[in-house]
Design a protein around this ligand. Structure first.
Ligand SMILES: Nc1ncnc2c1ncn2[C@@H]1O[C@H](COP(=O)(O)OP(=O)(O)OP(=O)(O)O)[C@@H](O)[C@H]1O
Ligand SMILES: [Mg+2]
Length: 455
């Protein structure tokens, strides 16, 4: 028998901007490997800075959407987001209770832009009917204050509110989120079975949190659908949401959305980079005798970066650990491929990506004028920088020389060059760096130039 994929259901509003609501939930479910299903409660005309119109779906249609999927595929866990009005809250509470589905309630009340997403009478029904059947409630600071009447200024207040939601309002567990509670860390406080637990992450720069609450509660729901215990589910979800905020993207004129796909895309891109480097290194080793003559004193590295927006530092660039070294009359990779293995060539790639994000790979070779001449004959763009012109303040800063040099070379060429060289300086040997879209392309460029001078 085929193994059944876990299923999760989101009962929430549609955000036409694709940042929050059911869209964020479905992305999150997919990224975490569960089959996502939806019961839409309201259609919102929404972008990154405003909600212009809301159409509530009739409560019986909301219920029908739930019933049909429960009866066919089954629902391992569900979450609620925007429920809009008291009738919907009431209907959802009834049907979820009837099927006895583990339920995460994200008590969405107001949007970031200040629009009411749950009418005042809905709040009463939510407290009376939905919270008592919730496996977990995930209010942010404002929602926790509204539900409990407790003013939240710090972690201690958050604890009080979480406890109140369980002991006075009847939820099984409450997680008061720390996104809006000041501090160097974003700390979420859980109260469950008489105990407190905390989930913390370093606070990231503000502005990439549109859809954070939705994706976070969806991630918890996905993990519960897989059968995880609550504490484990929240741990994964916290890691998930921190990544989604860290790699949130800039789009629209208002609040930038989280990126729930980062969770999947980073490992997938890492695999593609490693696979490309493996092919490139094989090509180098197969032509070891050819390359041996062009390995500099500091040896060679070949590197490839993750695509933007994931390429941020040298840990996001893979290279050969221990570099590619001359062995007798041939060359060999000294160690395995690893992210963070290169510092110099990696910095060059990261800098050139600021000018052209598609140039993601590079390799350094011993300086040889004939290579540059061959490159020019082949129509490649060659540029250079002069280390003797390096300003003293750049020289003093660790790791600043190469980015400075690349900038000089790009400005000199007026475009992103295929090759950048420098003639060295005191204690620095001259060097050629070949750039390209991927590692295999770089090696092919190098081979073409070498064979051109040997022809
Ligand atoms: N700047 C930040 N850095 C790191 N984590 C954050 C940041 N802001 C929020 N979080 C985390 O994101 C999750 C969502 O919390 P938040 O308090 O932002 O929810 P919310 O206000 O309901 O979000 P939304 O407005 O999208 O509904 C929590 O785990 C929170 O700690
Ligand atoms: Mg929220």
């Amino acid at each position: 028998m085929r193994e059944r994929i876990p299923t999760a259901l989101t009962i929430a509003g549609s955000d036409s901007g694709g940042c929050a609501g059911i869209v964020a939930d479905i992305k999150t479910f997919a990224a975490l490997g569960v089959h996502g299903m939806v019961a839409i409660t309201a259609i919102t005309a929404q972008n990154t800075y405003s909600i212009e119109a809301i159409l509530d779906v009739p409560a019986d249609i909301v219920v029908k959407q739930i019933e049909v999927v429960v009866e066919d595929m089954g629902v391992d866990a569900a979450k609620t987001g925007m429920l809009s009005n008291a009738e919907i809250v009431h209907a959802v509470a009834k049907v979820i209770e009837q099927y006895n589905i583990p339920l995460v309630v994200d008590p969405v009340i107001e949007s970031k832009s200040g629009v009411k997403l749950l009418k005042p009478n809905g709040i009463k029904t939510l407290k009376k009917e939905l919270l008592p059947i919730a496996t977990l409630v995930t209010p942010n600071k404002m929602e926790a204050e509204l539900l409990t009447g407790i003013k939240i200024r710090d972690l201690n207040d958050a604890r009080k509110a979480a406890k109140y939601i369980v002991e006075e309002l009847g939820a099984k567990a409450a997680l008061v989120k720390g996104g809006h509670i000041a501090g160097d860390y974003a700390i979420d406080v859980l109260y469950c079975n008489g105990n407190f637990r905390e989930y913390r992450a370093l606070r990231l720069k503000e502005g990439y949190t549109h859809g954070a609450g939705c994706s976070f509660s969806a991630a918890i729901t996905a993990e519960l659908a897989k059968g995880k215990a609550l504490d484990d589910a929240i741990k994964v979800a916290k890691e998930f949401i921190t990544k989604a905020i860290a790699y949130g993207y800039e789009i629209g004129m208002g609040f930038n959305p989280v990126n729930p796909i980062a969770w999947l895309e980073i490992p997938a891109q890492k695999y593609l980079v490693i696979h490309n480097l493996e092919r490139a290194i094989k090509l180098i080793e197969d032509n070891g005798k050819v390359f041996a003559r062009f390995i500099p004193e500091v040896q060679t590295n070949i590197v490839m970066a993750l695509p933007k927006p994931y390429a941020r530092g040298i840990c996001d660039v893979a290279g050969v650990l221990g570099r590619i070294v001359r062995v007798g009359d041939t060359v060999k990779a000294a160690g395995p491929i690893a992210f963070g293995a290169s510092s110099h060539v990696a910095r060059a790639v990261l800098k050139i990506m600021e000018y052209d994000k598609n140039i993601r790979a590079a390799m350094n070779l011993r300086y040889d004028e004939r290579l540059l001449e061959a490159a020019k004959r082949e129509g490649l763009i060659v540029s250079y920088y002069d280390r003797r012109e390096e300003p003293p303040e750049i020289k003093k800063k660790e790791g600043a020389t190469i980015p400075w040099g690349i900038e000089q070379a790009v400005k000199r060429a007026g475009t992103t060059p295929d090759i950048i060289y420098h003639l060295g300086d005191w204690g620095k040997e001259p060097m050629i760096t070949i750039f390209g879209k991927d590692a295999v392309e770089v090696v092919k460029k190098a081979l073409k130039l070498i064979s051109a001078i040997e022809a």
